[in-house]
Design a protein around this ligand. Structure first.
Ligand code: FES
Length: 312
């Protein structure tokens, strides 16, 4: 099972980025350099009440002195963003999962087309800084409900024509934007569900190697039970009744599987598969790893058939 280094960090600064969006700066309490991060990376914040949430880094470096994330207050969410906005204070300590990257930048691409909606600008901003440092060509299309809610709008407009910002009545036509991209461009999208779905429809015929998306929420319902797990190392069988996830059943059976987000996003609950066919419902595994069928994200995914053998 994969592990993720946990850091004990200090919330050093909170500031406003836009309407409903705050910036949070995390540092080592003794000022030490933090683990490296590259463009598109996220960290994992462990919050009170068991909340574990991933947030994209706004900047990336080989030797970061701090991690910066932007958090939009989601009144309808399950509480993590509300807690960060309303209760978190400078000086609090947090367990923070070290940077990982599920949305990497293809640095050698001759051109990158970056599409962002709302707080989805966070990883895209980080990519822009990297592409500028490399001297690569890029175009940004960034949609927000209003100018006041468009985080980083002022700094982005300094890029002139390369950064187009769509607010209020301005409509970002994703299909037209994708169609206008050069054939060798890599295309990235991070934003709300409707935007990502429109992007996936618009790019369905494209080479998947040039299409990159970042989801902050699960796209699929989990597979719930009705099959049996065979635990090869411990020589046990665990039945997963209907209505339960694999992770639920394993934990109930006393099998200690690390877990965090419970939404198929972080990969913490990933387990190796020895036999059987997973029914993948997570957002974590790459298409190549899914196709290989040798691993499963147990908080969301299930089984095609009635048995799965795990390396547990
Ligand atoms: S706990 Fe995060 S993917 Fe399963």
């Amino acid at each position: 099972m994969p592990g993720r280094a946990l850091l004990d960090l200090l919330l050093a600064r909170i500031s406003d980025a836009a309407g409903g969006v705050k910036l949070f700066e995390f540092r080592h309490p003794q000022g030490r350099v933090l683990p490296a991060a590259d463009a598109g990376s996220h960290i994992e914040l462990h919050l009170p009440k068991g909340f574990v949430r991933q947030y994209s880094l706004l900047d990336a470096s080989d030797a970061p002195e701090a991690y910066h994330v932007a958090v939009k207050r989601d009144a309808a969410g399950r509480g993590a963003s509300r807690w960060l906005h309303d209760a978190a204070r400078e000086g609090f300590r947090f367990l923070v999962g070290a940077p990982e990257n599920g949305f990497p930048l293809t640095e050698e691409a001759p051109c990158s087309v970056l599409i962002a909606g709302g707080i989805g600008i966070a990883p895209i901003r980080c990519m822009i800084a990297r592409l500028d440092a490399l001297g690569r060509d890029w175009r940004l299309h960034y949609a927000a409900r209003s100018r006041a809610e468009a985080a980083f709008a002022d700094e982005l407009t300094e890029h002139g024509e390369r950064a187009r910002i769509y607010v209020e009545d301005a409509v970002l036509d994703i299909e037209a934007t994708v169609a206008a991209a050069s054939p060798d461009a890599h295309l990235y999208c991070c934003g709300p569900r409707a935007m990502l779905q429109a992007f996936e429809r618009a790019t369905v015929a494209h080479d998947p190697a040039r299409i990159h998306t970042e989801y902050f929420f699960p796209r699929h319902e989990p597979t719930l039970g009705g099959f049996t797990l065979e635990l090869a190392r411990s020589r046990r069988e665990v039945a997963v009744p209907r209505g339960q996830t694999i992770l639920d059943a394993l934990l109930e059976a006393g099998v200690n599987v690390p877990h965090a987000c419970l939404e198929g996003l972080c990969g913490r609950c990933e387990v190796s598969v020895l036999a059987g066919t997973p029914d993948h419902r997570d957002e974590y595994l790459s298409p190549a790893r899914r196709a290989a069928g040798r691993t499963i994200v147990t908080c969301r995914s299930g089984v095609i058939g009635d048995r799965l053998t795990l390396d547990l």
